[in-house]
Design a protein around this ligand. Structure first.
Ligand SMILES: [Zn+2]
Length: 388
């Protein structure tokens, strides 16, 4: 891409953990050609390195941002990491790419991100006493405290270093969007409940069939880091003006195989629709976003786990509305006296939309088989809501 004067393509070198190896991660930084302060928008794709649709969406978005930049239409800075996890991209064994868990530690790349409120309170226990009656001052004080905490960290491994490089940049941003995909799925969003329905327009522009809210899904996922800093501090300090949570969300662009030029270009155009209608880009859209369903609590989503190992045959399709007790799939048994003769039915445990299914049809006990977004919280959905 031929970069405009105000666009930078920045490469961060990362030492690897083994002799003779190294990584780099790069991002594009678009800076409005005008004086004054402007919001900063952060986008990344491929944190789970085997989820590629987001990278192609951001490829098209880069073209569109470059065009907006050349036309001097940018009202915001944009920081774009189209492939944020080079460590996961290198994890190939026996012709198979595995980008969800770090080979070295077993850690899910999108779990165990730091709880920033807890971090700064441990680092500076008196930080809340220093807050004033001025919200802007408080924002500066809290962000400065996060910066001091970051400066004290001493990452050792490539993964730790990568995380702190990302945290350093994302903490300075006003919007943080993390592009993922499911296995075989419709578009959906994970977001904290405090941001909905304020950002229903994001769900509309994305065409999100299912938008799921959880304040703390229990896994320390990347998108929760940024709004939860403010939510937690507001709660700990109710008598001082603490800024509201920033917009952050995980955008799930369908499934693993949905890397497709026409589809992902349209996804990028729709993201531009969100940025334009929010005033981050000074342009006009010649279409309106469709109205998508309102958000649902994530603890109302049933993740159906396979009760037996076998071959799964689905009786539903993606996006289908089902009723509690409806047949979802049958599993052909592969061992025991009824092996290869008997199929065991699996029924919906709630009413809602089937938004995620598996691509591989061999399934083992306890493996997720489908997800149904219901509206009634389920009694067994407490604690860690996300999958491993
Ligand atoms: Zn993911």
């Amino acid at each position: 891409m031929e970069a405009a004067i105000s666009t930078q393509h920045i490469t961060i070198p990362l030492s690897a953990d083994t002799p003779g190896a190294a990584y780099t991660v790069s991002y594009y930084h678009f800076i409005p050609d005008r004086k004054g302060t402007h919001p900063r928008i952060f986008l990344q794709a491929g944190l789970h390195a085997d989820e590629q649709p987001g990278t192609l969406v951001l490829h098209y978005l880069l073209d569109m941002l470059e065009q907006a930049d050349k036309s001097r239409q940018l009202n915001a800075e944009f920081i774009v990491f189209p492939m944020v996890n080079p460590i996961g991209m290198a994890q190939i064994y026996n012709h198979h790419h595995s980008g969800r868990f770090d080979f070295s530690t077993g850690l899910n790349f999108n779990r165990n991100w730091p709880d920033l409120a807890e971090c700064i309170l441990n680092n500076e226990p008196d930080i809340l006493d220093k807050l004033s009656e001025n919200e802007h001052e408080n924002k500066d004080k809290i962000l400065s405290s996060v910066r001091r905490w970051i400066a004290r960290q001493t990452p050792i491994t490539a993964l730790e270093t990568l995380r702190f490089e990302i945290i350093k940049i994302a903490i300075e941003c006003d919007v943080v969007l993390d592009l993922h995909c499911d296995v075989d799925a419709t578009n959906h969003i994970y977001i904290v409940p405090q941001l909905m329905p304020e950002y229903q327009d994001l769900a509309n522009w994305m065409g999100s069939r299912v938008t799921l809210t959880a304040e703390n899904s229990g896994g320390g996922s990347f998108d929760e880091v940024w709004p939860r800093l403010w939510i937690d501090l507001q709660r700990l300090c109710p008598d001082k003006p603490v800024p509201p949570p920033i917009l952050s969300a995980t955008l799930e662009y369908r499934g693993l195989i949905d890397v497709e030029e026409t589809l992902n270009k349209l996804d990028a155009e729709n993201l531009m629709g969100f940025f334009i209608t929010r005033g981050f880009i000074n342009s006009k859209m010649d279409k309106a976003a469709p109205i998508m369903p309102p958000a649902l609590p994530f603890n109302a989503t049933q993740i159906i786990k396979a009760p037996f190992s076998g071959l799964v045959c689905y009786h539903v399709t993606l996006g289908q509305r089902v009723d509690e007790g409806e047949l979802i799939a049958s599993i052909l048994l592969l061992d025991g006296p009824d092996a290869f003769r008997k199929k065991i039915p699996v029924y919906a445990g709630t009413s809602g939309i089937v938004f995620s299914m598996m691509l591989q049809k061999y399934i083992w006990k306890g493996a997720p088989l489908a997800k149904i977004a219901g509206s009634k919280p389920l009694s067994n959905r407490k604690g860690v809501l996300l999958e491993a």
